[in-house]
Design a protein around this ligand. Sequence first.
Ligand code: PRX
Length: 635
Amino acid sequence: MSNYHIKHLEEYYQVYRKSLRDPETFWAEVAEEHFMWRKKWDNVLSWDFTKPEIKWFEGAQLNITENCIDRHLRNRGHKTAILFEPNDPNEDAQHITYKQLHERVCKFANVLKEQGIAKGDRVCIYLPMIPELAISVLACARIGAVHSVVFAGFSATALSTRINDCEAKMVITSDGSYRGAKTIDLKGIVDEALEDCSGISSVLVAKRVGSDIQMKSGRDHWLEPLLEAAYKDCVPEIMDAEDPLFILYTSGSTGMPKGMLHTTAGYMVYTAYTFKNVFQYREDDIYWCTADIGWITGHSYIVYGPLANGATTVMFEGVPSYPDFGRFWDIVQKHKITQFYTAPTAIRALAKENLDYVTNRDLSSLKVLGTVGEPINEEAWHWYNDHVGDKKSPIVDTWWQTETGGIMISPIPYSTPTKPTYATLPMPGIQPALMDENGIEIKGNQVDGRLCIKFPWPSMARTIWGNHKRFKETYFSAFENKYFTGDGALRDEVGYYRITGRVDDVIIVSGHNLGTAPIEDAINEHPAVAESAIVGFPHDIKGNALYGYVILKETGESRDRDNLSKEVNQQITDKIGPIAKLDKIQFVPGLPKTRSGKIMRRILRKIASKDTSNLGDTSTLLNPEVVKEIMDKAL
Ligand code: PRX
């Protein structure tokens, strides 16, 4: 029996049991059979969740790009590795073969070296979904530089915070980006960000929109001429298994975004393994994940997981609504997509539009549908199943996180019977535990609790860049000897998991993690604002939307509220990005606080959700009268 490719439910259970009985042998077999190592490991796993310290495949040496590119050259050299579908449907798609990808990555890697980037240096990538994004990620990995991709929808302030936190030496960007009918001046955002970043010595600029931009002499370089002049081969840097591969920032409930650090070997093995099984990937498939490479989904399931399997992976530059709401289905039809992986928020948005957009397209190539990023509601699940999958393509509701690196809980299509809104069963090697508030594991079925993982898996993040203490506190301190996910979950009568949502102050809006504290900090910087509190409330398309309660300073009291609302949202857009904008802003005289001064968000959440029949005990509040005042004027 191969551990690598699970083909039916009985096999899943067998493999799963084996992975629990002897995790080291299990992962060693997977790693041995399917990857290219320059040197094998001395030790499969050492771990200690109290420190926490986790090491997989210690002593092994490899380069992940050899696994993702070079080893496919012999048999798949002319196969498409990356299929690029541009924003404008009239622009030709690009088929980049493995051979071409090899050359482009090598050239890019040589450019990085010429610009003084060496193993261990951090490179910030701020690019739209164009081939250079995947290529620059791989070029960094080729020479052992640590990439930190920042989603190109983040603001200049968010970008500079991330650049400074990881002390990047270089930024890779483009002259601009297309998003539907809009053109965005990415380089302008980079220029603004770099006013606060003294560590950046060079900026590489890819040409995409052809706009007239400022190039700072000595710092900024057009990418194309450098690539043209670069040599087409680049010997891969030999990396240790635990050498850093990338940093990717994710929001926490408090303070600075957390730079999750992923390392090389374990990440490669786990993302490749889960890609193969969760998407039941076969050689001639055309796989499309609609995420942006600026998020972990794109890292693991557009770039590394698919390429490690020699797959054809689609990169889409545009948005689902351009030129119309049929765009996703046009692309499925045009490229005969076999696996389609998207987010519940996209499904809900498309389900609202005319059904003709879906039914007029030939979607018969589809074999597997995936979702990720937030709980999928039953209605959206059925719409996806009935209209996109024609009730024939299983839906894989994949639960995982930036921190986990790869998919943790998901059906295996054609093996695990699916159940709407359930992520179902853990992947091999994953040992979930539900915990009660006293830190005791809740055994048995038909229970719910806080979701933890009690044994290491290869692709887990190893630390928060520059802040191991925070890593320990956030993930390994709430429950002894366990990784705490921050999510709540229930386990049904057959052992299927359903993720019920965050149990901390992270709100998931359109699949994006947003911490309340950074948004509140941004609002509070407005000169007229004294204090604010953000909560989530249910939203038809976004899943959750943001509701802000804002207390004005005396100086702000006389100001027009509509204008102030606009300014508050502009403030958020400037500091974080448009994804964190508030849907509703209520100006309030005060916020309900406990005697120790903590904002009672529970009450604010109920008011925002119009669920005020039972607000619970408010008598312990410092200022109970404010609750009624807020309720009377709730939006
Ligand atoms: O709350 C869970 C939710 O998204 C969080 C992780 O967000 P992020 O690190 O941005 O990674 C998203 C892409 C992997 C989780 O803690 N989440 C993710 N997938 C699901 C989900 N909630 C329910 N069901 C899912 N399938």
